[in-house]
Write a protein that binds this ligand. Structure first.
Ligand code: 8IG
Length: 278
């Protein structure tokens, strides 16, 4: 998309999301999608378990979407027709996301989830990779996000939009997922702008204020989706111990590798829970 398009996105975010939803309906031939999932770093291989998508297209052909700029984030959108427990279910999958640290501001970060809600999705699943602060968490372990702490000093909402966030990461949905996999732990996720990882002192601060996980995504998307009325499920794959915890240095390659190693389990989990979420 061009710079003009980005200006349109900033001038009219909800209008652009509505336009984008119409374009997705036209491409897929489906007037409505029911559930959306954003596949973060290390999660893309988990899609294999979902079967064959009916459609796959570049996100940036859709209004308001920017091309991806991170290794492991492919910038495609897929549509899957699945069988849900209460009938047929159309799943919209975003392979990759835009992050705050890319410097394009918040609108491109939350545009996919707003588009998903405008396309009809009542449930938005946000996946990510994170650093583990809670020393009980192992690399390769998926953790349900129970709550978050925002340390970015910014919000996707503008104006007097005083949205309640007391049940942001929907409790009933977390119970459904834990019923499917009772070994799943829950944790509090901190949003850090990045792109630099934290210092060990910052991780110590996060631990002190009640954080279990730290990453560079998800929180603005969760708020934006919730503000438009969708239920949110957040799942974080711990791909490294946070800074200063093991003494090892952090690198993006280990994130991708931990994702690949856990993709099978993540895919099976998603395949099992998605039919139960409507
Ligand atoms: I993967 O340790 C992943 N993403 N801020 N800190 C932050 N983001 C991350 C980390 C981490 N690991």
């Amino acid at each position: 998309m061009s710079v003009d398009d980005l200006a349109d996105l900033y001038n009219d975010p909800i209008g652009t999301a509505t336009l984008a939803a119409g374009e997705i309906a036209a491409i897929t031939g489906l007037p409505k999608h029911d559930i959306a999932i954003v596949m973060g770093s290390g999660w893309i291989d988990a899609c294999t378990a979902l079967g064959i998508p009916s459609h796959e297209f570049d996100a940036h052909v859709i209004a308001g979407f920017v091309p991806p700029s991170v290794v492991g984030h492919s910038g495609k959108i897929r549509s899957y027709q699945l069988e849900g427990d209460t009938g047929p279910l159309n799943l919209l999958v975003f392979l990759g996301r835009t992050h705050l640290y890319e410097g394009k501001g918040l609108e491109p970060v939350v545009h996919p989830v707003r588009t998903a809600v405008k396309a009809g999705c009542s449930v938005v699943i946000l996946t990510n990779a994170s650093g583990g602060i809670n020393s009980a968490f192992q690399v390769g372990q998926p953790v349900l996000i129970r709550d978050h702490i925002s340390l970015t000093a910014t919000s996707p909402l503008i104006g007097a939009d005083f949205v309640d966030l007391t049940d942001l990461y929907n409790k009933r949905i977390r119970e459904i997922v834990k019923h499917e996999d009772p070994s799943l732990q829950e944790g509090v996720y901190v949003h850090w702008r990045g792109p630099a990882y934290e210092t060990p002192a910052e991780i110590q601060m996060m631990r002190t204020i009640g954080a279990d996980l730290v990453g560079m995504s998800t929180v603005p998307e969760a708020i934006a989706a919730h503000a438009l009325g969708a239920k949110v499920l957040g799942i974080s794959l711990v791909t490294n111990a946070a800074a200063g915890i093991t003494g090892e240095k952090l690198n993006h390659k280990e994130v991708i590798e931990a994702g690949k190693a856990s993709a099978g389990r993540m895919g099976e989990l998603l395949k099992a829970v998605i039919p139960k979420l409507l």
